[in-house]
Write a new protein. Structure first.
Length: 357
């Protein structure tokens, strides 16, 4: 089993630590720990190690599922990793909609085989027919994240239903990474609520502003969840007691306030970035969530050259499109604190104006 280097994480490792502003962050700004009771009691394993049964039952009801169809994980990354290990054998095949977060195609490619189906520029629309053509007899899973990272494209309910039907007709699963779903003003139902062929993964990182909890979950077919739990014994064993303790509060009495605040922030910041792009003649597909995929400015060969120039001259980190296989774009994140967003955009604007001169 071999896996490609994670391009985006290597880019961040090179530049994020010493830069002033992280304008490529893909989640909403972090909430302070002081907002929550952070005393979980004894610091032992969470028992049972798939998560507290009552809390899993609470989460399961969001998907019209049972508690045993939910596995608590260390973020969405682990949820996806365990799901792929559970549904793909050595000769298994995945159809993955791209561009997307690299783990969603690199991990299944390391386990089995992957066929990528690209979204269609410039609106990043998805051809269901192209997905259908990519399916093979050995296809075990169709993979999509919705809203999409990095483009912010939110595929419609009709498109997601068509993907689910394709999966069901081919005795496969539709796995949807839904970490940005609740940042939408009118979120679609989660894929795991659509029927036995739906798998949903998510966490409290992107929509709730609680990345440091490292708390997520996988929901779906009992056979897949049990297999994932079996694999989890060899990874993180149990979810963090801190993560589970705070997650119960974030998904309980505080949830409405958190999501209302975060959706309002995302809407306001999207408009600020839209005005900035219009001023400088740059284009994007109007995104849902807190990421946008923006065309590289004239005068720069590709996204990597532009992003390197910005971080070296302005100490602002952006994400080059090469990290997603699209060198003519860069990803901007606008979920950070407002004053940091304003400062970051001003600095990027100075780089663009200097280039114009």
């Amino acid at each position: 089993m071999q896996i490609d280097p994670f391009e985006l994480e290597r880019w961040f490792a090179e530049y994020e630590h010493e830069a002033d502003i992280m304008l490529a962050e893909s989640g909403i700004r972090s909430l302070p720990a002081s907002r929550f009771d952070t005393d979980p009691g004894d610091l032992g394993y969470v028992i049972p190690t798939n998560g507290d049964p009552e809390f899993r039952a609470e989460v399961a009801r969001r998907y019209d599922r049972d508690a045993d169809e939910v596995l608590f994980t260390c973020g969405t990354q682990e949820a996806n990793f365990l799901a792929f290990l559970s549904v793909l054998g050595g000769d298994g095949h995945a159809v993955v909609v791209t561009p997307t977060y690299q783990a969603l195609h690199a991990v299944p490619d390391a386990i089995g085989e992957v066929t990528r189906v690209p979204l269609e520029e410039p609106d990043w629309t998805l051809s269901v027919d192209a997905v259908a053509e990519a399916i093979r007899p050995e296809t075990e899973v169709i993979v999509v994240n919705n809203p999409n990272n990095p483009t912010g494209r939110y595929h419609s309910a009709e498109t997601v239903r068509a993907l689910y039907d394709l999966a069901a007709d081919n005795d496969a699963y539709l796995l949807c990474d839904e970490v940005y779903r609740l940042l939408a003003d009118d979120p679609l139902p989660p894929v795991a609520s659509m029927g036995p062929h739906g798998l949903s993964t998510t966490s409290l990182t992107k929509a709730y502003g609680l990345a440091g909890l490292r708390f997520g979950w996988l929901v779906g077919d009992r056979e897949v969840v049990d297999a994932a739990w079996n694999w989890k014994d060899y990874t993180t064993i149990s979810p963090s007691p801190f993560g589970q303790h705070v997650a119960r509060q974030a998904l309980g009495e505080q949830e409405d306030d958190i999501l209302t605040e975060n959706r309002r922030l995302a809407t306001d910041h999207r408009e600020r970035v839209r005005e900035f792009l219009d001023t400088h003649g740059l284009e994007w597909h109007d995104p849902v969530g807190v990421n946008g995929f923006v065309t590289v400015p004239e005068g720069f060969e590709n996204g990597r050259e532009f992003c390197r120039t910005v971080v070296e001259e302005a100490s602002v980190v952006l994400a080059p499109g090469e990290c997603f296989g699209y060198p003519d774009y860069f990803r901007i994140g606008f979920g950070l604190a407002t004053e940091d967003l304003e400062d970051g955009l001003e600095r990027v604007g100075q780089v663009l104006e200097a280039e114009d001169r």
